[in-house]
Design a protein around this ligand. Structure first.
Ligand code: FA5
Ligand code: MG
Length: 452
């Protein structure tokens, strides 16, 4: 007598309170879904959030408006098409991106919100901070969830009194504070064929002015970060002497900026990529209904900068709920001057374990190795995902240590070394063994490989 609606059997997933239909593209493991609500960039006194605040201080209101609350679930249109990514761009592959369904995904970068933010046209500039998701390798500087900040600054020709937007931009450049750091290659040569000035839309003087404002703004941001890092180092060691900061610009390519650059900082004996940026392609403004605007955009990794700033040795620590980690940053959100370096707690012993397996033969996808995938269908990120799903944050690093093709059968063998190490306690041998057995079983079950 009670009426039941027929159950809706189409598969669904709930992501931060909203329900989405899934299809054969769905590839988001539950350990990722569970972490989406964490939003470390908004958690008071969290190093990622403190880093966001420091950068925001360099791009002040009201010129820049801050957006820190955009939904991580976006369309393929927002993440790729609106930015001019070609249909066959590798970033679109299932092996690199977490899909909810064929046209819905977890954003892989904050640029997914560029077009909408230009269209909303709420301010001259903006900063967008957000969690982003990529299927990637496992080591101490990579995690499938990290945080980016996107920034942009636009000028509207129609709003400049005599239409001389280049003069307006240069006068804004003059208003920026000065810095005295050493900039190598302030104007690196770039390839006019792949990275052209947008001559159909910008005069050379306009393009030059936009690039000058972009570079000076971002250099100032790096100066702010590294002077705070220096102050924190002097707190730990009063004899610490800052080496002069060295930065350089190198050519880069993005489908939505031209020309494009990366900013690198010389750090611990190496050049470290901090951000990507460029002159916004005019098509973005045109498609967003603001064709009179022109300007620049950048995107940076907050986690990477936070690791430098606080000297945090392992990216997994950001996800730790251990008081020994979180306590060290208490009070800093309200007083950035109180920033201190992270004092590592003792490193627990690690337990390396190897897993070797056969793929199918090179000559046929199904042949040779029974159901094992041929090398052409094998994606290393699938191994990473399986290890992560089984062992979670108890795994520090996964590395390919050997690979060869059998001369007779044509089958390919791979050997990965998994380093099991908890950040919070010593794993027993029994625990590491148990995790490793489950990893091996899962590789067989999910990838169809044959353990050697
Ligand atoms: C992008 O994501 C572009 N959207 C950046 C951009 C924005 C260019 C606006 C032009 C205009 P890329 O994939 O290189 O580019 O990432 C940008 C930054 O994110 C990198 O410089 C790095 O600091 C950080 N990053 C990238 N991958 C990772 C990762 N796996 N872990 C931590 N940080 C990362
Ligand atoms: Mg890059």
């Amino acid at each position: 007598e009670r009426y039941h609606k027929p159950a809706d059997r189409s598969p669904k997933v709930i992501v931060v309170g909203s329900r989405y239909e899934t299809d054969s593209w769905f590839n988001v493991p539950s350990n990722i879904i569970e972490r989406i609500p964490r939003r470390l960039h908004l958690q008071k006194d969290h190093p990622v959030s403190i880093t966001r605040q420091i950068i925001e201080s360099v791009f002040p209101l009201p010129t820049y408006k801050y957006h820190n609350d955009f939904n991580p679930v976006v369309s393929t249109h927002q993440n790729f098409d609106s930015l001019g990514f070609p249909k066959d761009h590798p970033g679109r592959a299932k092996s690199d991106t977490y899909y909810i369904n064929a046209d819905t995904l977890l954003r892989t970068h904050t640029s997914a919100h560029q077009a909408d933010t230009f269209r909303a046209n709420l301010s001259d500039g903006y900063l967008i901070s957000a969690d982003v998701y990529r299927r990637d390798e496992i080591d101490r500087s990579h995690y499938p969830i990290f945080h980016q900040m996107e920034g942009a600054r636009s000028w509207d020709r129609a709003k400049v009194p005599d239409g001389d937007v280049a003069a307006q931009i240069w006068s804004d450049v003059e208003k920026l504070p000065t810095h005295n750091i050493e900039v190598q290659d302030p104007n690196p040569p770039f390839h006019e064929d792949r990275n052209p000035l947008q001559a159909a839309h910008h005069s050379p003087a306009e393009a030059e002015a936009v690039a000058a404002h972009l570079k000076k703004s971002l250099e100032l941001m790096v100066v702010e970060i590294f002077s705070r890092a220096g102050a924190a180092a002097r707190k730990a060691d009063p004899y610490f002497v800052d080496k002069p900061l060295q930065v350089r610009w190198v050519e880069a390519y993005f489908p939505f900026t031209s020309p494009s650059w990366e900013l690198e900082v010389y750090y611990n004996g190496d050049w470290l990529e901090v951000l990507g940026c460029g002159v916004v392609k005019q098509d973005l403004y045109i498609n967003a209904g603001v064709p009179d605007q022109l300007g620049w955009a950048f995107g940076l990794g907050l986690d990477r900068i936070a690791m430098l700033l606080f000297q945090i040795p392992d990216i997994r620590l950001f996800w730790s709920q251990d008081k020994r980690f979180l306590r060290q940053f208490e009070g800093v959100s309200d007083d950035l001057g109180a920033l201190r370096r992270f004092k590592p707690f003792s490193r627990y012993p690690g337990c390396p374990k190897d897993v070797s397996f056969w793929l199918g033969s090179t000559t046929s996808a199904a042949g040779g190795g029974g159901s094992a995938p041929g090398p052409q269908d094998f994606h290393e990120n699938d191994v990473m995902e399986i290890v992560r799903s089984v062992a979670g944050d108890a795994v520090e690093d996964v590395r390919l240590v050997d690979a060869f093709t059998h001369p007779k059968t044509g089958r390919r063998s791979m050997c990965y070394r998994v380093m099991y190490r908890s950040l919070e306690r010593t794993l027993t041998h029994a625990e590491s063994n148990e995790l490793h057995h489950r990893v091996c079983r899962s590789l067989v079950k999910k990838l169809g490989v044959e353990i050697r």
